[in-house]
Design a protein around this ligand. Structure first.
Ligand SMILES: [Ca+2]
Ligand SMILES: [Ca+2]
Ligand SMILES: [Ca+2]
Ligand SMILES: [Ca+2]
Ligand SMILES: [Zn+2]
Length: 431
């Protein structure tokens, strides 16, 4: 999706023009963000709450998808030794025209594709309407196989997105645009297959609401048995201290004051209590996973690779922004910001300190979820939900199995806990 206008919904006069993160309208952030539509969601929410929302950016930097493979560099490097001619990176001699089939909009009706002896295929297909989704059966893949999928528009104004599903219809990987600055709207996926052996599927759809149509060309390369690396723990550093010229890639540069509870509501003098409660919520959401939570109040910024979540500031279009959707956590150094002043007067009631801690803690866990590879889902008890209003933040939410939000893909589910486990592992489990 190219640069996105600021949503006119922000003109809604009351309450303050604050983005509601989980809200029913996740609007495109600039720099290749994402846009979605209003949804109804249980329980019924005040109309304004469902309209004032917006989110963190969620587009993937394609460059990240590529460079993010550094974690796999060792195993992929082996291939170069084994294949001095670069065998995994050649393309088939010919392109199959119009492999697309009408009705291939579900996994059950997927178009079968047959890889050549070197695990490759290149074919053309068409997005013929905004309701078209094309699902291709990639055949049987096994954990440790490398799957490379390059989708390029070849006619029309199509802004395609690509997703990979396993046979449970669970999402493995998703990409909209390969570059975060929207200079290239074509998706690119390069992953190591996780999960069980079985059929895997490629889905291609137009970016929701883009109204874009056209032909596209797909190159698929499968390199068998590259191998899975063990998940690595992720360090997350919570920066409450603010700072000058804090640069968050793909997002912006910020000067932030130290976090003060008075900036988010009537909690003056309770800054330490609120921070403690927020940290408890975040820790609780990641309980059992190999995530190391550090705080600027207690810890120096670590020298090991880490994600920093900054707290502070205000953005009229978002509660929070994560730098990217980082499939399988290929990048251990991506950052996020929680615009804490945006929580002031953002709810239909005045939250208690504990409720405010839930709202900020849920939001933080959601953003860390993006930085571990998660996309938006549509289930209000799910942490990655984007379909409900601001007040949803005031309840407990967790990483769970949930349908993909239609701003992501028209079908499929996300098993958030499983994806996090694949990315960072379970706490206390070593191999
Ligand atoms: Ca089609
Ligand atoms: Ca189709
Ligand atoms: Ca795209
Ligand atoms: Ca990451
Ligand atoms: Zn989000």
């Amino acid at each position: 999706m190219p640069k996105v206008h600021m949503p006119s919904l922000f003109l809604a006069p009351h309450p303050p023009s604050i983005g509601g993160w989980f809200g029913c309208v996740a609007h495109g952030f600039s720099r290749g963000g994402h846009e979605s539509r209003p949804y109804s969601c249980p329980p019924p929410l005040k109309r304004w709450a469902t309209q004032l929302t917006m989110i963190h950016r969620i587009s993937v930097g394609g460059a990240r998808v590529i460079t993010g493979l550094f974690r796999y560099a060792a195993v992929v490097g082996l291939l170069v030794v084994l294949c001095p001619g670069g065998c995994p990176f050649t393309t088939p001699d010919s392109v199959i025209p119009s492999l697309d089939e009408s009705g291939n909009d579900t996994l059950a009706t997927a178009t079968e594709i047959t890889l050549d002896s070197e695990g490759r295929i290149e074919f053309d297909a068409t997005i013929e309407s905004m309701k078209d989704a094309d699902i291709f059966d990639l055949g049987v893949l096994a954990p440790g196989d490398r799957l490379y999928i390059d989708v390029r528009t070849i006619s029309g104004d199509l802004d395609p997105l690509a997703a990979v599903f396993d046979e449970r219809e669970y999402l493995l990987a998703f990409n909209d645009d390969r570059t975060p600055d929207a200079s290239n709207l074509n998706p690119l996926i390069d992953i190591i297959v996780h999960g069980g052996e079985g059929h895997f599927y490629l889905g291609v759809a137009p970016f929701p609401s883009s109204g874009s149509l056209g032909d596209y060309r797909v190159l698929v390369r499968v390199t068998r048995a590259v191998g899975i690396l063990d998940p690595e723990p992720q360090i997350v550093y919570l920066n409450w201290a603010g700072g000058q010229d804090i640069a968050i890639e793909n997002v912006g540069v910020y000067d932030l004051d130290p976090f003060d509870a008075a900036d988010v509501g009537p909690y003056e003098g309770h800054t330490e209590d609120l921070k403690d409660e927020i940290q408890k919520v975040i820790a609780d959401r990641f309980e059992g996973f190999n995530l190391v939570l550090l705080s600027s109040d207690d810890d120096a910024e670590p020298s090991d690779p880490h994600t920093t979540v900054h707290f502070g500031g205000f953005d009229h279009s978002a509660f929070a922004i994560a730098e990217q959707i980082d499939t399988f956590n290929a990048d251990q150094t991506d950052d996020a910001i929680i615009f804490t002043s945006g929580f002031y007067n953002a709810f239909s009631t005045t939250p208690s300190l504990e409720e405010m801690a839930l709202a900020i803690g849920n939001t933080t866990a959601h953003e860390i979820g993006h930085l571990l590879g998660l996309v938006h889902t549509h289930k209000y008890s799910s942490l990655m939900d984007t379909s409900c209003g601001n007040d949803t933040l005031l309840i407990e939410q967790n990483f769970e199995l949930a349908p993909l939000d239609s701003s992501v893909f028209p079908l499929g589910m996300q098993n958030a806990a499983e994806l996090i486990e694949w990315a960072i592992g379970l706490a206390g489990i070593t191999s």
